[in-house]
Design a protein around this ligand. Sequence first.
Ligand SMILES: Cc1cc2nc3c(=O)[nH]c(=O)nc-3n(C[C@H](O)[C@H](O)[C@H](O)COP(=O)(O)OP(=O)(O)OC[C@H]3O[C@@H](n4cnc5c(N)ncnc54)[C@H](O)[C@@H]3O)c2cc1C
Length: 511
Amino acid sequence: MTTAMVEKYKAFYRLLNKTSRTLVDRRFRQQGQCARGGSAASGLDHRPDAVVEQRVSYLGCPKRGLWTSARASLPSFVDGGFARDYPMNRCRSFGSVAGEIQRSSKFATLNSDDVAHFKEILGERNVVQDERLEAANSDWMHKYVGSSRLLLLPKSTDEVSRILKYCNSRCLAVVPQGGNTGLVGGSVPVFDEVIINMALMKQVISFDKISGILVCEAGCILEDLISFLDNQGFVMPLDLGAKGSCQIGGNVATNAGGLRLIRYGSLHGNVLGLEVVLANGDVLDMLGTLRKDNTGYDLKHLFIGSEGSLGIITKVSILTPPKLSSVNIAFLACQDYLSCQKLLLEAKRSLGEILSAFEFMDSVAMDVVLNNLDGVRNPLAPTAHNFYVLIETTGTEESYDKEKLEKFLVGSMESGLISDGVLAQDINQASAFWRLREILAQIEPFVYEWTSNHRGSISAEHGVGLMKANKIFYSKSPEAVQLMASIKKLVDPKTILNPYKVLPHSLMSYS
Ligand SMILES: Cc1cc2nc3c(=O)[nH]c(=O)nc-3n(C[C@H](O)[C@H](O)[C@H](O)COP(=O)(O)OP(=O)(O)OC[C@H]3O[C@@H](n4cnc5c(N)ncnc54)[C@H](O)[C@@H]3O)c2cc1C
């Protein structure tokens, strides 16, 4: 870890600290209570005070749980303008690469006829040209700032279809936008692309308690879906720090991983179907809820992780597992990275099906968190540890699960894999453990080159977006990238969907 990297960590945390605030804990709701924002029938309310929130599981009281703290406020432009005072500072677009790219002259420039046409489709209210555009033009860290003159808020698939059909005919470039929590510049315009935000498509369409299959619109906020499912006795197989603002459509578009990946797998496994609107306005109905469908190409996978470059996701069907009642969390120290790896293997072997999270951080990351964030402390004695690991188990039998975890911890201590450790004894400890880990999820993935050298994925956490479009060769072979570009040109020949992003500019005709 170089000094420059440490400085970057520190700068990030100073920024985060400035925008974070602590909220009261919220217990898991009992079954039968209404999810915040209403029932499935009425759809889920959009909360104007969009937030980034962190989830903390609760140990020691198996039938309850805890949600907590550290929300970084994000601007919201739907239903009433800016939710709170959120300074916009265009000078801080330090990481934008827009200056290095030329606006493609093939794209048309918005005119008053276009605006009038969109008003015919969406009505006056959902064609936005006022100060709310400012929030939509920038990512939440103000790293990428575009200059779009139009924000559209469709309420149905049909409206999305009509918008895209028109934009395609006019060669107007567009940027699909969800909760705008992405960190790689994928969700904001590079130049004057029309912003299509999905926030008003927020209905839960159906939930089948027998199969656990949820069908909803793409604009549903992840946290609202988590709450909705919690009330039904089910779990969203995806959970991440930005859940208070990110939308399920954005999660699918970025193939978001999050904190439950080890237990529930990736969205490629959990998403059963999608409805997508293509660049020419055609609606692709792949919203099947079959768990097994081997009839030809499984096209939905093309759109999972396509970051708005192939179509706009309008509906999602997703398989959700039943909620289990017993949760335990341990915070451990390891002397070296190899021990962390061996610990993971051992955890998989010994804990088996109850292992629900395994997260690790190094001591530099821990120091940065401790030195720059208020209200966090190292749960372990202040000895120098090189690595820290958080392990969570989730099961059905509290005494059995706890016994299993304790046996595993004792064995790992005896074999020297862990040098210290603590089991959360109450909700405050459990929340403190998760807070330490989740805060790290927000670090910009600036180590992708190193990752690629070790055959990792440069977009494992946050996608390619604008930031890494020209770096995609680090993690994909030239042949694979070429095929991706061919697919893009096939489904979006005018390249109006999220131009300049995901694919290397050398392969796309933006001139
Ligand atoms: C605190 C924090 C923690 C995070 N933790 C994680 C993590 O653990 N794992 C992880 O993978 N990411 C993480 N992220 C990154 C980001 O939150 C996720 O990628 C998230 O899934 C993006 O959802 P969104 O609705 O905000 O999408 P946006 O940011 O609005 O958009 C992201 C991309 O998806 C496209 N898009 C959005 N909606 C649609 C749609 N309906 N149809 C087609 N394209 C669409 C956009 O064009 C853009 O390219 C984190 C971010 C923050 C701020």
